[in-house]
Design a protein around this ligand. Structure first.
Ligand SMILES: NC(=O)C1=CN([C@@H]2O[C@H](COP(=O)(O)OP(=O)(O)OC[C@H]3O[C@@H](n4cnc5c(N)ncnc54)[C@H](OP(=O)(O)O)[C@@H]3O)[C@@H](O)[C@H]2O)C=CC1
Ligand SMILES: [Mg+2]
Length: 339
């Protein structure tokens, strides 16, 4: 770890003054601000690998994991595949350990996929599939890594001058040397709302969803809107209902189809105005679900079952999607209501 100014000769003082969390955040700040410190970190940190935005996974026993490749192993692999070890400078910073060892993500799309897979004994897996296969801690890291790698891939040129932009070593920004414009990675704010009428909740599906899957209503924020305005507009646009009250629950970074910040809310509509008028351009189906239907779907898990009449049973978004969390919260709210 690199100690700032006065603490360089007294690192123990730095440790005594700051919690692990504060030390980590200060270290990440230094890595983003100082190219030299970040270059040093690339030589001692670890790398999560991607190939055209698909993360590299290894199967260990019955589990999948996203391995962290050391800088030494990374350089030796690049050497074996006849590529300059400087290629690690294409990586982007995605976090660090409690002991301040930096984590980077590197896209090896310039190499033959099968060659790396056999060299490192694993496989590059499409992100959505990978998120189903992985354990909890790697999911947010791989999601933000993919979003950052995608942003760099699609922001190679200045939109004012048309000249190439250069990334700083950490990858927290890109600069156009001609215009001086600095570009920062973008996220689109999206609200996701679980609408309730007091005893039922409203879920909807788009034609592109997996069979049987229903989710909470989601929509991108328009420029100039507040969060509350987006919730009210999206609910009116998609199902023709007026929100009476709403409250914030939690948020989540979401990498699909680009980088979004999902802002999750609960909303209540008036009990006497609950007739759905669905927007067919946006949705394939929308309806009210009882507590029993939701509890059964939660018990069944994410895979739909074929029913006797050939239709499929209701299935809900996976545990790691914030829509799932909203639904779980709604179930708890119902259970805690006085009978
Ligand atoms: N994590 C979770 O639990 C969940 C996440 N989601 C995510 O929420 C997001 C929004 O949901 P969705 O219902 O599709 O949104 P909307 O209801 O806003 O409809 C999507 C349409 O909005 C237009 N649009 C406006 N601004 C943007 C923008 N910045 N980026 C992309 N499209 C934009 C596009 O139309 P056009 O193409 O015509 O221009 C797009 O097809 C999706 O990315 C989805 O993956 C959804 C449900 C659950
Ligand atoms: Mg929508």
């Amino acid at each position: 770890m690199i100690y700032p100014g006065v603490y360089r000769r007294t690192p123990s003082l730095w440790f005594r003054l700051h919690s692990t969390y504060v030390r980590k955040m200060r270290y990440l700040f230094d890595l983003k601000e100082d190219d030299d410190i970040c270059r040093q970190a690339q030589n001692s940190g670890t790398f999560y690998l991607f190939h055209n935005l698909s993360p590299f996974l290894q199967k260990v026993g019955s589990k999948y994991l996203a391995p962290q490749i050391s800088a030494v192993e990374m350089k030796s692999t690049l050497g074996k595949l006849k590529h300059n070890e400087q290629m690690i400078e294409n990586s982007v910073l995605i976090g660090c350990s409690d002991a301040c060892m930096a984590y980077f993500a590197l896209d090896l799309g310039f190499l033959e996929k099968s060659v790396i897979e056999s060299e490192l004994k694993g496989s590059f897996t499409e992100l959505r599939k990978a998120l189903f296969q992985l354990d909890g801690k790697d999911r947010p890291l791989l999601s933000s890594a993919q979003a950052l790698l995608r942003w760099h891939d699609t922001h190679q040129f200045c939109s004012k001058t048309g000249q190439p932009t250069q990334k700083n070593v950490a990858g927290s920004k890109r600069v156009c040397r001609t215009s001086g414009i600095i570009y920062y990675p973008q996220m689109s704010p999206v609200v996701i709302t679980l609408v309730s009428n007091g005893s039922q909740c409203l879920l909807a599906r788009q034609a592109a969803f997996p069979k049987g899957m229903y989710s909470a209503l989601a929509g991108f924020c328009d420029v100039g809107e507040t969060l509350e305005e987006t919730v009210r507009r999206e609910v009116a646009e998609e199902v023709g209902l007026e929100v009476e009250s709403l409250w914030y629950s939690a948020s989540q970074h979401w990498p699909f189809p680009n980088s979004s910040l999902m802002i999750a809310c609960h909303a209540i509509v008036q009990p006497q105005q609950t007739k759905i008028s669905m927007n067919k351009l946006e949705l394939e189906a929308a309806r009210w679900f009882s507590l029993e239907e939701i509890e059964e779907a939660l018990k069944r898990g994410p895979k739909p079952l074929k029913q006797e009449n050939q239709s499929v049973s209701l299935c809900l978004p996976p545990k790691w999607a914030i829509a799932h969390q909203l639904i779980q919260e709604w179930v708890k709210q119902q259970a805690s209501k006085p009978a």
